[in-house]
Design a protein around this ligand. Structure first.
Ligand code: UDP
Length: 474
């Protein structure tokens, strides 16, 4: 008979990107607060970046979960090496990095998990890994442990990736360049234009490691015992309903930093201080501009946004990451820009976004439509101007603008012009048109807040997941 006295032990592997690390850390805390033991695994280079962003000596071993442990949670912290030297630039060598993740990383994980399991024989272990890793089914099978996949993007995007076979049968995968069609046969997805698809599904991307990694992951996830989603049932009920016919899927979002009182360092870059500046600005007068942690654009786009911000005459905080443009990243802002904006604008390399969005001074968000940013914006009732760049962002734009009506579009692609930027900013920040957006986003905000309250949909789904998991492991 199974020994139910043994403690459940979750080993968590996050993908090494900010938009994946954040929900994973929050999930770790949530699970630990339900009595689970957690081993949280970061890539070594992520550990180094986190240490640096905290201005600490990177040679010191810092345990980023010590505060959680001091609060009584059983979270251990560990790191894994990816085989590249510390100085290797994993963002600008994306293909090389992902080729290695596809080919060599699984052997490293295998050794790593084998060791943990040897030392933790008094526990029942299971794996929670990012859906974009393709090794979990093999490792879980080898060690006979439960395989939980965590998808950190919307269920809409998951549904597209999950149904590649149907898309292929209908001639929409690989996606031919420059063709756009509206399709309505993906189970759980009412209707979507192929221009909203993830870019790695395009014909020209078929040989890239990113295409291989993603499509393999969408195949492998079908072998997972459970799939967790950082979304809310009420927002994506049809997609989730259909997915649940195939596999146990649980919408447990928002898994957001807003919910945890425990501090765990998550920012890969140092956060600039903006509180004082925000406090000096009137209610809803500031536009927050950010393209997340990873997306890259070009100098033209940055310059048009800069001119558009000046023309709009609104206050703004703009996160201009050091790697925001590909290749030529010197002098990307127009000459004299910072003098011209004076105290009206703050240009910073990185910030505590949740803190900024929570400020009463912030009234709008010009965003690349990353899923975390979108959820955070809705959580704070901040309507959006959408400028999606790649990955899941075009599909998120569809949800935000077309389905939920809590944001407006900026011109697609590189043909962005300063006059349009200024016009859209004015519409969002001061226009009569923004009243409807504000009403809609208030409703969505309530849905999100209710979902995680006691007996809200995400709260119930999370408890159900824990129950189903325990039934499987004991
Ligand atoms: N973020 C932040 N400070 C910044 C910019 C972004 O803390 O200056 C956080 C943001 O709160 C979000 C994450 O980085 O949680 C970005 O994730 P998202 O899914 O929005 O976009 P991605 O970076 O994955 O494209």
């Amino acid at each position: 008979m199974a020994n139910t006295q043994l403690k459940p032990h979750a080993i968590l592997f996050a993908l090494p990107y900010q938009g994946h690390i954040n929900p994973f850390v929050n999930l770790a805390i949530k699970l630990a607060s339900k009595g689970f033991t957690i081993t949280f695994v970061h890539f070594e280079f992520v550990h180094r970046m986190l240490s640096k962003s905290q201005h600490t000596n990177t040679n010191n071993v810092i345990d980023f979960f010590s505060e959680a442990r001091n609060s009584g949670l059983d979270i251990r912290y560990s790191t894994i090496n990816d085989g590249f030297p510390p100085e290797f630039d994993r963002l600008n060598n994306f293909d090389e990095f992902w080729t290695s993740l596809l080919q060599d990383f699984s052997a490293r994980v295998d050794g790593f998990i084998g060791k943990i399991l040897q030392s933790e024989q008094s526990m029942v272990s299971f794996l929670i890994a990012d859906t974009f890793f393709s090794w979990p089914p093999t490792i879980a099978k080898k060690y006979n442990i439960v395989n939980v996949s965590f998808f950190t993007q919307p269920a809409l995007v998951y549904s597209i990736g999950y149904h590649l076979d149907i898309l292929r049968e209908n001639g929409h995968y690989p996606l031919k360049e420059n063709t756009v069609e509206e399709i309505n046969y993906i189970p759980g997805v009412k209707s979507i234009s192929t221009k909203e698809f993830m870019h790695f599904l395009k014909e020209g991307e078929i040989k890239t490691p990113q295409h291989e990694a993603s499509t393999r992951a969408y195949q492998e996830v079908k072998k997972a015992d459970f799939v967790l989603h950082n979304t809310v049932q009420e927002l994506e009920s049809e997609a989730l309903y259909d997915l649940n016919k195939k596999q146990p899927n649980y919408a447990i979002g928002p898994i957001s930093s807003f919910l945890t009182k425990i501090t765990v360092s998550k920012s890969l870059w140092s956060e600039s201080e903006c509180t004082k500046w925000l406090e000096s600005k009137p209610l809803n007068s500031v536009l927050y501009v950010s393209f997340g942690s990873f997306a890259q654009t070009n100098k033209h786009v940055i310059q048009e946004i800069a001119h558009g911000l000046v023309l709009s005459q609104v206050n703004f905080i703009w996160v201009v990451r050091e790697n925001i443009v590909k290749l030529d990243c010197t002098n990307i802002l127009p000459d004299g820009f910072k003098d011209e904006i004076g105290d009206k604008g703050l240009v910073i390399p990185w910030c505590n976004q949740n803190m900024v969005l929570s400020s009463l001074a912030v009234g709008g968000f010009l965003t690349h439509c990353g899923w975390n940013s979108t959820i955070e914006s809705i959580w704070c009732s901040t309507p959006m101007i959408c400028y999606p760049i790649e990955f899941d962002q075009p599909a998120v734009r569809k949800l935000v603008v077309d389905d939920w009506k809590v944001g407006i579009n900026l011109h697609d692609g590189d043909l962005i012009h300063r006059d349009e930027v200024a016009e859209k900013i004015r519409i969002l920040m001061t226009g009569v048109g923004s009243l409807g957006l504000k009403q809609e986003i208030e409703k969505l905000k309530n849905v999100l807040h209710k979902a995680i309250e006691k007996d809200g949909s995400s709260d119930r789904n999370f408890d159900q997941f824990v129950e189903d998991l325990k039934a499987k492991i004991y």
